[in-house]
Design a protein around this ligand. Structure first.
Ligand SMILES: NC(=O)C1=CN([C@@H]2O[C@H](COP(=O)(O)OP(=O)(O)OC[C@H]3O[C@@H](n4cnc5c(N)ncnc54)[C@H](OP(=O)(O)O)[C@@H]3O)[C@@H](O)[C@H]2O)C=CC1
Ligand SMILES: O=C(O)C1=N[C@H](C(=O)O)C[C@H](O)C1
Length: 244
């Protein structure tokens, strides 16, 4: 039976993961939080799942690569340098990183890509996300993932078209921008709305997470799948057999 080690085990997602591992009849190999030893955890596990902090990533990837164990990274707030670290580790081990491990958002990303490609550049794209008051990063990893899907559909680079958190005299909207707005409050597990705004008509594609158990189930499914993969970089669409 697959032994799963958790980075960020005492957190909200850590608790949800422990429940999902038990529900899937798998083995919880242990967990660490800030100050814990990722090397010992990697040795004791068949696969690692990391839902913690970007600050943990470098040491966690080193531990996974040294022990030769695959890793699912769900932590958000990652910067370009973290993606270089992920690319580097994926030369030696199987690495799956995603801003959202749910089935629903993975499907939504494919739909957003298709809609962006079909509607064309005359339709403005705005992404609105709502999360609980404790969330540390914005825009959410999911919003960025959906923005990337829209940019892929339009065959353009998200970095040069991303506009986040407008305030003040912003001027008129630039054609081709992909806008992001973040709301924070209460206990919302994660709502994402992708708006396509055209001339006299609008389309909105949405995903509403009712409980973070959906992320935990997806992460556990991904971890089991990842144990059978070669070294490389993967996404949830690979696990679920959906288009990227
Ligand atoms: N991809 C997805 O589908 C999802 C991603 N997330 C992301 O997962 C992450 C965690 O979310 P959540 O569980 O709500 O957050 P919490 O704050 O509840 O938990 C984070 C945990 O990580 C631990 N941690 C912090 N720094 C380190 C470190 N350097 N090394 C090891 N452990 C550390 C914390 O320990 P301590 O208390 O000791 O600091 C804490 O137990 C966030 O980035 C969030 O956005 C969340 C849900 C779904
Ligand atoms: O911090 C959270 O809670 C969540 N984080 C992820 C994100 O940043 O998109 C996924 C989910 O929306 C919950």
């Amino acid at each position: 039976m697959t032994r799963i080690g958790i980075i960020g085990s005492a957190g909200r997602m850590g608790h949800a993961l422990v429940a999902a591992i038990a529900a899937a009849d798998l083995v919880h190999a242990g967990g660490i939080d800030k100050g814990g030893d990722p090397t010992a955890l990697a040795v004791a596990s068949d696969v690692l799942i990391d839902f913690s902090s970007p600050h943990a990533l470098e040491a966690t990837l080193d531990a996974a690569a040294t022990a030769g164990k695959p890793i699912v990274v769900g932590t958000t707030g990652l910067e370009e340098r973290h993606h270089f670290l992920l690319d580097d580790a994926s030369k030696d081990i199987a690495v799956l990183q995603t801003g959202n491990t749910s089935l629903g958002v993975t499907l939504l990303a494919a739909l957003v890509r298709q809609a962006a490609a079909s509607l064309g550049p005359d339709w403005d794209i705005e992404i609105v996300e709502t999360h609980h008051r404790m969330k540390l990063d914005a825009p959410s990893g999911t919003a960025l993932l959906l923005g990337q899907a829209a940019a892929n559909g339009r065959e353009l680079a998200l970095d040069s078209h991303k506009v986040s958190g407008r305030d003040g005299i912003t001027g008129a909207r630039t054609a081709g921008d992909i806008g992001f707005a973040a709301l924070r409050g209460g206990t919302v597990a994660g709502d994402h709305n992708v708006h396509f705004l055209g001339e006299q008509e609008r389309i909105s594609l949405s995903h509403l997470a009712e409980d973070r158990s959906i992320f935990a189930r997806g992460a556990v499914k991904a971890a089991v799948w990842l144990c059978r993969q070669r070294a490389g970089r993967y996404g949830m669409e690979d696990v679920l057999g959906l288009p990227a």
